[in-house]
Design a protein around this ligand. Structure first.
Ligand SMILES: Cc1cc2nc3c(=O)[nH]c(=O)nc-3n(C[C@H](O)[C@H](O)[C@H](O)COP(=O)(O)OP(=O)(O)OC[C@H]3O[C@@H](n4cnc5c(N)ncnc54)[C@H](O)[C@@H]3O)c2cc1C
Length: 436
């Protein structure tokens, strides 16, 4: 599998200039470089403007598999799609998947990604048994096991602690390629109480997630819960994207009015399925957006950003509606917003994003100055209650805010490979936050 763009992140919106190197060339790299997976991070965490990107997508072999215990060793450029395609017919699946299967194992580890089962399984990093890590001189390949002191800097290490060359992962046994899904409508009263109640009643379901209409005053939404089940054989093969976004959408279609209409139409369509139980292919449940290749072009040439924040459990009920109301009143157009409750399983990475609480992710097309100001104010609301914003999705938070969200960032800086850097890291560490 190849990245859609070698230079841009998923949100586009950047014109970075890179030189390109490939991990399979094994040439020593001693100047400023950054390991890169499939570039599915929305912002500059996978960008190294003016320097080198070290691409890993050609190192994608599955190396060994213990069929009895479900333990897989693979090269870090293998995608989750590659792994699932081979492992599902054998009854094994990835323990944690994000909303796209087109990411690499290296990318999943470096951002310690989460999925719809965080309340039961925690993050991807919890299933990494060990990594083979190369520091920049290429001589010191080091196996880093989950009990090693270096492990937290590799998991959620944003690629800064070295090139993950191979990883050994614990997969999970599944009964088949289906998901039993139940859909329920929630909200309408401007609070997230209904959502929280549904979520609390769903702890026995392995996967839970909500879609929320942030442009609707009532904050109406649709709650999805699912569990693995069997399904027909044809569901085993991933339905490779059969549609491709042929061009960049023109900017005039991307305003608040279109976003409102889009959200209303989606809500209407989902109401028809409400309270229904159905069995659907696993791909459709986890990765609906993967059905359209290069769907990020739907946001036009100027791209989009994703704003994902989490606030602690005690603050969620009050703070989530406050932030969403603030963004709506500031006229920030959001097309797709997802709400999810994180559980209390500790994440193993030094900069892992999840914490026990509620997270919301909003896609915002081509943010203008007033959108950015509104997001800065939202950052402050998140910080005030002890929450944080997700680096994997970010392209804009200030150095001061980042350091408030992740006061432990210096621990990652201390173990950073001196030859590795990213546009994100330079941006968020450019000045020290002295406000404490
Ligand atoms: C549609 C969509 C849905 C998403 N849903 C979710 C979600 O539900 N949950 C979630 O957590 N995330 C989600 N994401 C974000 C995505 O999972 C992460 O950004 C992921 O890290 C991207 O992996 P990648 O292989 O594309 O890596 P890249 O984006 O190329 O790189 C990500 C980071 O990993 C580092 N890296 C990559 N490979 C290596 C390596 N071999 N060694 C060391 N460092 C490396 C890079 O330096 C960079 O810091 C979503 C993204 C999209 C596009």
């Amino acid at each position: 599998m190849k990245p859609i763009s070698l230079d841009q992140p998923w949100g586009r919106g950047f014109n970075a200039t890179h030189t390109h190197a490939f991990a399979d060339d094994k040439a020593p790299l001693t100047t400023n470089f950054l390991p890169r997976g499939l570039g599915r991070s929305y912002g500059d965490v996978c960008v190294n403007d003016g320097a080198t990107l070290l691409h890993t997508f050609r190192r994608n072999r599955l190396l060994a598999f213990d069929d009895t215990h479900g333990v897989l060793t693979c090269e870090a450029g293998a995608s989750l799609a590659d792994i699932a395609q081979v492992m599902l017919p054998r009854g094994w699946f990835l323990p944690v998947v994000p909303g796209t299967r087109f990411i690499t194992v290296g990318g999943a580890i470096a951002n310690d990604v989460h999925g719809k089962n965080h309340h039961i399984s925690g993050t991807f990093g919890r299933f990494v048994k060990s990594c083979l890590l190369y520091r920049s001189d290429w001589r010191s390949a080091e196996t880093v096991a989950s009990s090693d002191a270096m492990f937290p800097s590799v998991i959620g290490g944003l690629g800064l602690s070295g090139l993950i060359n191979e990883a050994t992962l614990q997969l999970k046994a599944v009964p088949g390629p289906g998901i039993e899904q139940e859909t329920k409508l929630f909200g309408g009263d401007g609070s997230i109480d209904d959502y929280l109640a549904l979520d609390a009643q769903s702890s026995a379901w392995e996967y839970t997630v909500g879609w929320i209409d942030t442009l609707d005053r009532g904050l109406r939404g649709v709650f999805f819960r699912g569990k693995h089940t069997d399904g027909p054989d044809q569901w085993l093969a991933p339905n490779a994207a059969h549609l491709t976004m042929p061009m960049d959408a023109p900017e005039w279609v991307l305003g608040r009015a279109s976003a409102k209409a889009f959200n209303a139409a989606y809500y209407r369509a989902q109401s028809l399925r409400s309270a229904k139980r159905e069995t659907i292919p696993l791909w459709q449940f986890f990765f609906p957006l993967d059905a359209v290749n290069a769907w990020n072009r739907a946001y036009g040439k100027r791209g989009f950003i994703q704003y994902q924040f989490v606030v602690p459990t005690a603050a969620a009920r009050e703070t989530v509606p406050r932030i969403l109301t603030h963004l709506r009143e500031a006229n920030v157009a959001s097309y797709l917003a997802v709400i999810k409750t994180f559980g209390d399983l500790a994440s193993p990475g030094v900069l892992s994003f999840p914490m026990p609480g509620t997270t919301v992710a909003l896609d915002i097309p081509a943010p203008k100055l007033h959108d950015l100001r509104a997001l800065d104010r939202a950052d402050a609301m998140v910080a005030d209650v002890g929450g944080r914003v997700y680096p994997a999705k970010d392209a804009r938070m200030s150095a001061g805010m980042f350091q408030r969200f992740f006061p432990q960032w210096r621990a990652l800086e201390a173990t950073r490979d001196p030859a590795i850097s990213s546009s994100f890291w330079r941006r968020v560490t450019a000045s020290e936050d002295t406000s404490e």
